[in-house]
Design a protein around this ligand. Structure first.
Ligand SMILES: [Zn+2]
Length: 379
């Protein structure tokens, strides 16, 4: 494929508005591109207009390398702040602008093109590449969860997630959890508070206990850093001279292997049940989102190969690091077998921002990087 054809595929993908849904159009587009070269794909439906895509090249023998990228993008945000229409890929000054250019249609397109070229060139003698294109990464990694539950990741010997990694290889990231805590009280006139139960007061009991617990965590992870907890949404009461009967807060937690999701859930639930023993306190906690930390081996074969190929391609050694944000990897690691994984893809620090862009050179070079990694890994 020449440069223009490679760019055209990425532009077509950006021009499909797949904001938190509508991924089927992207899946159909990719399926058609693969079909032109005789590559078979399977659609794995999630719901109306939402379909994962699994495509394979290579033989039945040898290792299986997974390529994965998500097809959804986040909302365009403030459209007036965009210099170019978010769903109309626009080239300017060596950059390609548009929602999803960095996160992560460039990574997905680069993987698809790498597979098509390897198939055309007949370079893949051993092993297999399996593309897992997912839906709903941005809203709960639901596509990766579905594919993992159905066993699509069970035969992987390695996995590359093409999320933007700013010319770095990522092998670990924190976990992420969201929860909602509701405090139930009893309304009363604020002149006679003794007749009511102040739901906000009781909510704050929880808040204080949790903050105290977090302040007492001294374990850190050398790569990922510290455990964090933040209350991000709070609401309660509806009238200034009434004792509030209901209040709630929502929090986000970023976990590390030393203080993982299971431990966190246990501690938070213990705090709730302890406080509920106090008279008048009625708290209920719900876990809305629960993604495990990912910690792959930094010395794995896959990391070493990616590192040496990146060095060749970029002309310098690139960093091998951990990351705070979560990815589909948090779901794929639940597969039956363990395998090394890396997050390595074109893109920069503009995901979710207005005027998101990808450097065209970075996008194109990653196609060659993916090809070279696959050939070496599967040899
Ligand atoms: Zn992403």
């Amino acid at each position: 494929m020449n440069k223009q054809e490679k760019l055209a595929i990425l532009k077509d993908m950006i021009n499909i508005d797949s904001t938190n849904g509508n991924e089927e159009e992207v899946a159909d587009y990719l399926l058609k591109q693969f079909a032109k070269y005789g590559i078979l794909s399977e659609k794995v439906a999630y719901s109306e207009a939402r379909t994962n895509l699994v495509s394979k090249i290579g033989g039945k023998n040898g290792k299986v390398l997974g390529f994965s990228g998500h097809m959804d993008v986040v909302d365009a945000g403030d459209r007036k702040a965009w210099k170019t229409p978010p769903f109309q890929a626009t080239e300017s000054d060596g950059k390609l602008f548009g929602r999803g250019s960095t996160d992560m249609k460039s990574g997905l397109a680069a993987m698809v093109i790498a597979m098509i070229e390897l198939e055309q060139e007949g370079k893949l003698i051993d092993g297999q590449i399996k593309l897992l294109a997912t839906i709903g990464e941005e809203i709960g990694e639901i596509g990766a969860a579905q594919l993992t539950t159905l066993g699509y990741a069970d035969d992987l010997d390695g996995l590359i997630i093409g999320e933007p990694s700013v010319r770095q290889i990522i092998y670990a990231h924190k976990g992420s959890m969201n929860y909602t805590l509701v405090s139930y009280g009893k309304n009363a006139h604020s002149s006679t508070p003794e007749l009511g139960i102040n739901a906000i007061d009781n909510l704050m009991l929880f808040y204080k206990e949790v903050e105290q617990y977090v302040a007492g965590i001294h374990q850190t992870n050398d790569i990922l850093g510290v455990f964090t907890h933040n209350v991000t949404v709070i609401e309660g009461g509806n009238q200034v001279n009434s004792i509030p009967a209901r209040a709630q807060l929502q929090g986000n937690i970023r976990t590390i292997p030393e203080v993982d999701n299971e431990k966190t859930e246990q501690v938070f639930c213990t705090i709730v049940s302890k406080l509920n023993k106090q008279e008048g306190v009625h708290l209920e906690i719900t876990w809305d989102y629960n993604k495990m930390p990912v910690f792959s081996d930094p010395k794995s074969n896959l990391v070493k190969i990616a590192e040496s190929i990146a060095k060749e391609q970029f002309g310098k050694t690139i960093p091998i690091i951990g990351l705070a944000g979560t990815t589909d990897a948090a779901e794929f690691i639940k597969a039956k077998n363990q395998f090394p994984l890396i997050i390595f893809g074109p893109g920069n620090n503009t995901p979710h921002e207005v005027n998101e862009y990808v450097d065209i050179e970075n996008y194109l070079e990653m196609i060659d990087v993916y090809k070279a990694i696959a050939i070496q890994f599967l040899k």
